[in-house]
Design a protein around this ligand. Structure first.
Ligand SMILES: Nc1ncnc2c1ncn2[C@@H]1O[C@H](COP(=O)(O)OP(=O)(O)OP(=O)(O)O)[C@@H](O)[C@H]1O
Length: 437
């Protein structure tokens, strides 16, 4: 009797364990990883490190080369290789990471080359190698592709003013655009790479917040027009854009005076009741603001527009005026103001690009490694981008797909939240009175 009972009990325990594991995997993939995948993989890394390092030329020779004659080791002493010391793998929500201390004479290059081999040896989805300081490389391995489910980033994200959860990063964590931390952002990418989807996502996230959204879409408002109900102002041609940006510069000067009178260094130091509403200016297709037909009038307008944008970028951070600028290209060929503007846009997001120069322009001045990674994004990877992170680092991320219809619904839902910007609206109305372009 005890035999069947025992079998039944074992079956019960096994099925309960399997059910719990499946539930965890579905609901809390990070816990599932910590409890099952991480211990196994950490041990695999520790026990295979020496061998893997040896096979991938990550070791140094223990004995000096003077014992070698051509390819032969003389004196019959076997050459002993020494793997660099690595820390015990630290768990991350979707993988693990370890620090490797290089031997004298070693460089991070062979570790970068060996990334694929390490991923295979450790049965991981991908391995990334960075060198945060001289003599050290950090190897980060991810167990599954978090970019396959950008709508399900792991870990908690605290919702804060002026921050938007865009999707997931390759670490599995949330990809957050926080304008309080990084005040201005540049988004580049070829056509159909995911720029508009990302903008739609940002607007969807900011719509419920007490933030004024100003749209500048010189393609006749075709993209940002979808969100018009939630926008405080929408400019649909360069003439309107110049008027709107000029009025924002005046508004910014008012803010400056308010701060000075209160002895505050930024609007965030002002008492809440006196604090002006933060503004995010969204520019879709930057090139439209700079391109001219060569006429004197158009060149003057483009120059004026560029000066206003630059001024907002230079002074806006502390005064609660933020820029989110998107375009297919941001080259100096658009005009001299573009390079200066780009330097002010500290946050960079680079989708798939058509030419290496665009990736270089978007990321090259901040991080050279990131340029090569951005260039490797394929056409099938819509929404995937390389984004700059903290301390000059970078990361791949994928935005959560937000369709125009979804964004439109959200914009309509929060239409009543759109703060009024009387000075800016007046500037646009004055222009209409004088005849729109
Ligand atoms: N994060 C994403 N996940 C899945 N699919 C995406 C994502 N982002 C974009 N796509 C797909 O790619 C298509 C093109 O995206 P989007 O319109 O955002 O590109 P774009 O860079 O703005 O192009 P254009 O410059 O021509 O306006 C979308 O219709 C959508 O199907």
């Amino acid at each position: 009797m005890t035999g069947p009972l025992l079998i039944a009990a074992v079956l019960l325990v096994v099925s309960w364990t399997v059910a719990t594991a499946m539930h965890l995997q579905e609901r809390r993939p990070d816990w599932h990883w910590y409890l099952t995948g991480y211990p196994r993989t950490a041990l695999r890394v520790v026990f295979t490190w020496r061998k893997v390092a040896h096979l991938n030329d990550l070791t140094v020779s223990h004995k000096p080369n003077r014992l070698l004659l051509g390819d032969l080791a003389v004196k019959g002493e076997p050459l002993r290789t020494k793997a660099p010391r690595c820390s015990f793998p630290r768990p991350t929500p979707n993988g693990l990471s370890l620090r490797v201390r290089l031997h004298a004479g070693q460089t991070p290059a062979p570790f970068l080359t060996a990334a694929d081999a390490l991923a295979h040896a450790w049965r991981m989805h991908a391995v990334r190698v960075v060198s945060p300081e001289r003599g050290v490389v950090v190897i980060t391995a991810t167990a599954s592709d978090p970019l396959a489910h950008p709508d399900r980033p792991m870990g908690e994200v605290s919702a804060s003013l002026l921050s938007a959860v865009l999707g997931a990063l390759e670490t599995g964590g949330a990809w957050v655009m926080d304008f309080r931390r990084v005040p201005h952002w540049l988004i580049v990418g070829a056509t159909r790479s995911g720029k508009s989807t990302l903008i739609a996502r940002v607007i969807t996230e900011l719509a419920p917040q007490p933030v004024a959204l100003v749209g500048i879409d010189c393609k006749g408002g075709m993209e940002l027009g979808l969100f018009e109900q939630r926008l405080s102002v929408l400019a649909t041609c360069r003439r309107e854009a110049t008027a709107v940006l000029g009025a924002l510069v005046v508004d910014m000067q008012d803010r400056m005076r308010t701060c000075r009178a209160a002895g505050a260094r930024s609007i965030w130091d002002l008492p809440e009741k006196e604090r002006p509403v933060p503004v995010v200016v969204i520019v879709d297709e930057l090139a439209e603001l700079y391109l001219t037909n060569g006429s004197k009038e158009q060149r003057a307008e483009a120059e004026q527009c560029s000066t206003y944008l630059l001024r907002l970028a230079q002074l806006g951070a502390a005064l609660g005026v933020h820029l989110l600028v998107a375009g297919q290209r941001v080259g100096s060929d658009l005009g001299p103001g573009v390079t200066a503007l780009r330097a002010q846009l500290g946050g960079r997001i680079c989708h798939r690009v058509n030419d290496p120069a665009t990736a270089e322009m978007a990321l090259g001045d901040l991080n050279k490694d990131a340029v090569a990674v951005a260039q490797s994004i394929t056409e099938a990877e819509q929404g995937v981008a390389v984004t700059t992170g903290e301390l000059g680092g970078w990361m791949r991320g994928r935005s959560q797909l937000t369709t125009p219809a979804q964004a439109q619904v959200t914009a309509a839902e929060y239409a009543g939240m759109a703060p009024r910007l009387p000075g800016v609206v007046r500037a646009l109305e004055d222009l209409e009175g004088g005849g729109r372009a």
